[in-house]
Design a protein around this ligand. Structure first.
Ligand SMILES: [Fe+2]
Length: 301
């Protein structure tokens, strides 16, 4: 397969509380908050003009995932493959300037999540990335990080991402992330990052389970965790080290009710030599699930 996606380039999030997100993303996680004239916000992690696009709205969920391809030829080839498979792919060149890319296409996966593929992301080396906390993030050829999507029929979703978009399976984890709920999560890569996408058959009301960003320093993970704790942000999973990609991370609950995984030390995979593995534990240590606090009851008269 010559034309395939090569990185998670950006994600669009629809969030209901912009002010809370600003405090969370910039103040606690150290991401750069860059408001736009149209009321949306770009969150930057590196030289790319956009890595996370924040839209104000009621859904508090993933709006779209943007996948980077190499060039115009790869985008055209991917478009034609999607169309040949009967997938409702649309040319979305009119939105390219808004996404700060040269061209893009838009298409659904088998469960209706919106995806975009694009090439030519705008680089802002003239306005360098500045973290409000001094954090730096591992991106480059490995892209923004990874997303975990909730799914109903994992076999169908795995087929789509492998056969149509060119992902390869790194491994599967058969475990109980939450005690009493066994499940198998599958991890897929499109570059040297162990996974840019994972599929979790979990019955949750949101499309996204979590978005992972990776720092370049273990100290940044510790500092961010303590900023979250000081701010009273709930940690859905405590500090831990994942069994499969070695990521040392913790999971603060975002103001939209899905998690951010904030990590360091993720495994790089050699595509030519990697063999599919399985695990029976989500983590080598830590990552203890903590139930979210119950909403406080209204005071009775
Ligand atoms: Fe993750």
């Amino acid at each position: 397969m010559t034309a395939k996606v090569e990185a998670l380039g950006y994600v669009g999030l629809e969030v209901s509380d912009l002010a809370a997100w600003r405090d969370f993303a910039a103040g606690q996680l150290g991401l750069q908050w860059a408001p736009r004239d149209d009321g949306t916000v770009d969150i930057r992690l590196d030289s790319h003009a956009i890595r996370i696009r924040i839209h104000e709205g009621p859904r508090d969920d993933l709006a779209y995932a943007g996948w980077e391809v190499r060039d115009a030829g790869a985008l055209e080839e991917l478009h034609d493959r999607l169309a040949a498979k009967g997938i409702a792919v649309e040319r979305a060149s009119a939105d390219a300037a808004d996404r700060r890319v040269l061209d893009l296409i838009r298409f659904p996966d088998p469960e209706g999540n919106v995806h975009e593929a694009y090439y030519g992301p705008l680089q802002r080396t003239d306005r360098p990335f500045v973290s409000p906390t001094g954090a730096r993030f591992k991106t480059g050829a490995q892209g923004l990080g990874h997303i975990v999507l909730a799914c109903r029929d994992k076999a169908v979703m795995l087929g789509f991402f492998q056969d149509v978009l060119g992902f390869r399976i790194s491994d599967h984890i058969r475990t109980e992330v939450i005690p009493g709920r066994p499940l198998e999560i599958s991890f897929l890569r499109c570059n040297g990052r162990h996974h840019s996408l994972a599929l979790a058959p979990v019955p949750i009301p949101k499309k996204i389970v979590h978005l992972m960003v990776e720092t370049t320093s273990i100290d940044e993970v510790g500092r961010a965790m303590h900023r979250c704790m000081a701010a009273g942000t709930h940690l859905s999973f405590t500090l831990g080290r994942h069994s499969n990609d070695n990521m040392l991370s913790f999971y603060p609950l975002s103001p939209s009710g899905f998690d951010i995984e904030y990590g360091w030390g993720g495994l790089e995979v050699e595509d030519e030599s990697w063999h599919v593995l399985t695990h029976e534990s989500n983590s080598a240590w830590g990552h203890i699930f903590q139930r979210p606090p119950r909403p406080s009851k209204p005071a009775s008269n």
